[in-house]
Design a protein around this ligand. Structure first.
Ligand code: ADP
Ligand code: MG
Ligand code: MG
Length: 883
């Protein structure tokens, strides 16, 4: 097998289709080279080698040495330089690159090939000793950190001392001799720490770096990142070895990163940052504050330092041409790394850029309007789950804001929480249920877990492409970066800004859309679903087959859901209405009654209340189907649990505390999930379901009379396991309907159906379908009853099960297709054999989960039902699964 793939100088052994083998970076370097862009030549060692490296005890096969030698020869042939040559040395970078980008997670070494001899050659050939020694000190530090595993703290310290000695502040103020002296100090440090000298053999350097890049795949931070992003461990990383180009060759050299469109807003404008006389790492690490790429961006920010458009107009024009070319070629927004060496542009990386949900929408819609992609592609471009970011509240523009600082709007959205100053504290407090904002001078990959636990992130340093900004956007966390006036005092655990002090634990609010940082909590408002969002939803609805309903029982939820495009209610849980303060007393009276007469008396009080609820819902949902589930939970859930409440409840119910205690005891169940609940209540206490059916029919008749658009009630019987259960209750409902319609002298359309949430019901769906006009899969209970796992108790082992790969995903989040899914398709098929027009839907939590929605599409269900805020997500997911 071949493990080494070349690129550059008219050769491309791979291309953009080879991500799995060459990693994202490697395949795109090859692709850029093949379309004629200026890419420094190099080669990629494939991800397959990474797997083999680990399989064989972290060793390289001999055949690889030969392939790498050929790869080096390829670079030498094109550059005319030789690796290790003392007069004109070839220097390379050794870069990691997995299938998907893992920003800052993995290691890279620059300027490899320098030693005490080649550095002299480099100085002479470049005619610039300062540059050569600057490169060498960078190399020693990076190599010591990445390959030799030394803490970079002591190196930083040595650099600070060197600057102090010379009385300067910036790295760029140091000269050749300063850097030369620093390399001596650095090498001493290595020897002190390691007991052996810094490696001078360039081949030893190369193999050390290759091993370290493969090694970084198994680093702790990479593992955490993989877990958070569901990246399989066996993908491995590729290694890219590439000729160095130098952005640190003086004032005509530079390095930068750019997006072809704004990654925060999606605006069609180049967005980027660059640094003159610097190497790539400097931009991301926030060593100096980078300058803007475009004049517009500089002016908008009110920045003084010249933009690249102004300071290097020719290179900028060339770069802009490359941006357009790459965007057209990849048909997507690109995230690009480049370096300018003495006025000549080189491309070092391109990939589809990470973006906020808002930017994703705008970019997809605009690219479709520009004709770059089709409407269907635009629909497919948006990750449905990412819409979540947009569906949640933003800061109320009318609310008072006590702004204490301003930074860059690095990742949009608003967040409030307790200020915390390190990742561990963030995680600890979040686990205890507290909302926190992680405040750091700047973040590094070690902070990932804290960023994930936090509601939002605030940094004092770093630009729009800093680690904090990139990671926050990827995670969908609001972020304000580079709030320069914020000073964090880790010792005293507080932050200072202007005259204000915020201690750890005090609440602050950040607005990642404006960059503002505020004291205290600021009120929020609902977002409006207009503009690009609206456009994309129209496109999605055009291709969608599945209908989308909502799970809602309060008027407010019903209204939200309708605004979000719900096409009916798939699950209205009547028990929520029973808990209402005004009626819990009557509910308890009903439960505590000793006989049917007592129960009926209490139910008579509840009837008008329930009728009122349904009227309100029917009015909001005029013309749409409304599925109402009859009472489902076991009755004891409505009774008080603590002795303290007993006296009050007994008095309100007109019984003694002793009687109450006895009834509570009688109603106690060992396993309520499988107990006296669902249709079992309707079978034993028919008067309860009779009251509910009556309330539904009376409300429907009233609303039908007052509006032209009658609602279509669908009465749903829960927890049915046998045909007989459903028959008995269906007959009860029909009798009640007839009675109401006779009294009112008119009738309304309605349907009777059942939830399929017991395996027996799924297996006998053909029998049950004889009694039902619709099935709704109650996948929460169906998952519990099929897996024999109680959702409320699963927390203790489910995470371990997912970690060990026993379940691929949490079966309560995404349908267990092999098991539960099989029951669903079987029930759908058996039900439809009996009734071809049987309406099929799903109303569990899974109805808002994109993966499960895809399953519903494949299984041919008619609709999914999701919680109100997930309705747009479900609409988009349904459209994507139809494409
Ligand atoms: P990451 O994945 O962390 O971005 P990279 O491998 O892309 O790591 O490299 C880190 C930095 O070094 C980037 O800014 C990149 O542009 C720069 N760099 C990498 N290879 C070279 C090279 N051959 N010449 C000049 N700069 C390079
Ligand atoms: Mg990079
Ligand atoms: Mg259920």
């Amino acid at each position: 097998t071949q493990y080494v793939y070349r690129f550059g100088g008219g050769v491309s052994d791979g291309g953009k289709g080879d991500k799995n083998l060459l990693g994202g970076k490697g395949s795109n370097l090859a692709e850029m080279a093949s379309i004629g862009l200026p890419v420094p030549p190099g080669f990629t060692i494939s991800t397959a080698m990474c797997s083999r490296y680990y399989a064989e005890g972290e060793r390289f096969p001999d055949s690889l040495r030969e392939e790498v030698a050929n790869g080096l020869a390829h670079i030498e042939g094109i550059t005319g330089k030789r690796f290790g040559d003392v007069s004109d040395p070839l220097l390379v970078s050794v870069r990691s690159g997995a299938r998907v980008s893992m920003p800052g997670m993995m290691d890279t070494v620059l300027n490899l090939g320098l030693n005490d001899e080649t550095v002299e050659g480099l100085a002479t050939i470049a005619g610039d000793p300062r540059f050569a020694w600057d490169s060498y000190r960078r190399f020693i530090q990076m190599y010591s950190d990445v390959v030799l595993g030394l803490d970079h703290g002591r190196f930083e310290e040595a650099l600070e001392i060197a600057k102090e000695d010379r009385g300067v502040h910036l790295d760029t103020d140091l000269g050749a001799d300063d850097w030369r002296r620093l390399t001596v100090r650095y090498k001493e440090l290595v020897e002190e720490e390691l007991g052996r000298p810094f490696p001078q053999d360039v081949h030893e350097q190369l193999w050390g770096a290759v091993g370290a890049v493969f090694g970084s795949w198994q680093s702790e931070r990479a593992k955490v990142y993989r877990r958070l992003n569901a990246i399989p461990a066996d993908w491995g990383t590729a290694v890219n070895v590439q000729a160095m180009v130098f952005g640190n060759m003086g004032e005509t050299s530079a390095t930068g990163v750019a997006f072809t469109r704004n990654p925060a807003t999606g605006e069609r404008a180049y967005y980027g940052e660059y640094l003159i006389n610097a190497q790539g790492e400097d931009v991301v690490a926030g060593i100096r504050t980078p300058q803007y790429l475009t004049r517009i961006a500089r002016e908008t920010a009110g920045a003084r330092a010249a933009s690249m458009e102004e300071s290097m107009p020719e290179v900028y024009a060339e770069l802009a041409r490359v941006f357009d070319l790459l965007e057209g070629h990849y048909r997507d927004m690109q995230d690009i790394e480049f370096t300018v060496e003495r006025g000549k542009l080189f491309m070092l990386q391109t990939r589809s850029g990470k973006r906020t949900a808002r930017a994703a929408l705008r970019i997809a819609v605009e690219m479709a309007s520009e004709g770059l992609i089709s409407e269907e592609e635009a629909v497919l471009r948006i990750d449905p789950s990412a819409l979540d970011q947009l569906l949640h509240p933003t800061l109320d523009p009318a609310a008072e804001r006590n702004v204490i600082a301003k930074g860059l709007p690095a990742s949009p959205g608003a967040a409030s929480g307790a200020a915390v100053f390190d990742a561990d504290t963030a995680e600890k407090r979040a686990t205890l249920g507290e909302k926190v904002i992680l405040v750091r001078t700047e973040t590094s990959p070690e902070d990932i877990h804290g960023m994930h636990a936090a509601q939002g992130i605030l940094t004092a340093r770093g630009g729009m492409t800093s680690h904090a900004a990139v990671v926050a956007r990827g995670m969908g966390r609001p972020c304000v970066s580079g709030a320069g006036s914020v000073f964090i005092d880790l010792g005293q655990r507080l932050l200072r800004v202007g005259g204000v002090e915020v201690r750890e634990g005090e609440t602050i609010t950040i607005d990642g859309t404006s960059g503002e940082v505020m004291l205290g909590e600021v009120a929020t408002v609902q977002p409006e679903l207009v503009g690009d969002f609206g456009t994309l939803m129209v496109w999605a609805d055009k291709v969608r087959r599945l209908r989308v309903r909502t799970n809602a029982e309060t008027p407010a939820d019903c209204r939200t859901a309708r605004e979000f495009g719900a096409e009916g209610i798939g699950l209205c849980r009547t028990e929520h209405m029973f808990f209402d303060a005004g009626r819990i007393t009557a509910v308890r009276q009903m439960i505590l009654a000793e006989d049917e007469g007592g129960r009926r008396a209490a139910l008579t009080k509840l009837l008008p209340e329930q009728r009122g609820d349904f009227e309100e819902i029917f009015r909001i949902m005029a013309g749409l189907p409304v599925t109402i589930r009859l009472l489902d939970p076991p009755l004891h859930e409505f009774l008080p649990h603590s002795e303290a409440e007993f006296a009050d409840v007994a008095q309100a119910a007109g019984i003694t505390v002793d009687v109450l205690r006895r009834r509570v005891g009688e109603l106690h169940e060992f396993n309520p999930m499988l107990g006296h609940r669902g249709c079992r209540l309707g079978i034993t206490y028919p008067e309860i379901y009779e009251m509910q059916a009556r309330a539904i029919f009376e409300a429907a008749a009233t609303v039908a009379a007052e509006s032209g658009e009658a609602p279509i009630p669908e009465i749903m019987v829960p927890l049915v396991g046998t045909r007989a259960e459903l028959r008995i209750i269906r007959e009860l409902i029909e009798r009640t309907a007839k009675a109401v319609f006779d009294e009112q002298g008119k009738s309304v359309d309605y349907r009777v159906g059942t939830m399929i949430e017991l395996p027996r019901a799924a297996l006998l769906a053909n029998q049950i379908a004889e009694e039902a006009q619709f099935f709704s899969f109650g996948t929460n209970d169906l998952t519990q009853t099929t897996l024999g796992v109680s959702r409320d108790d699963a927390g203790r082992f489910l995470t371990t099960y997912v970690e060990k790969g026993i379940f691929e995903r949490d079966p309560f989040v995404s349908i267990d297709e092999d098991g539960v899914g099989q029951l669903i398709s079987l029930a759908a098929e058996r039900g439809r054999t009996v009734k071809p027009d049987l309406k099929l839907g799903i109303c569990g939590e899974h109805g808002g989960d994109p993966t499960s929605i895809d399953f519903c599409e494949r299984t041919g269900l008619d609709y999914v039902s999701a919680s109100p805020y997930r309705v747009p997500i479900a609409r988009l997911a349904a459209a994507q699964s139809a494409l």
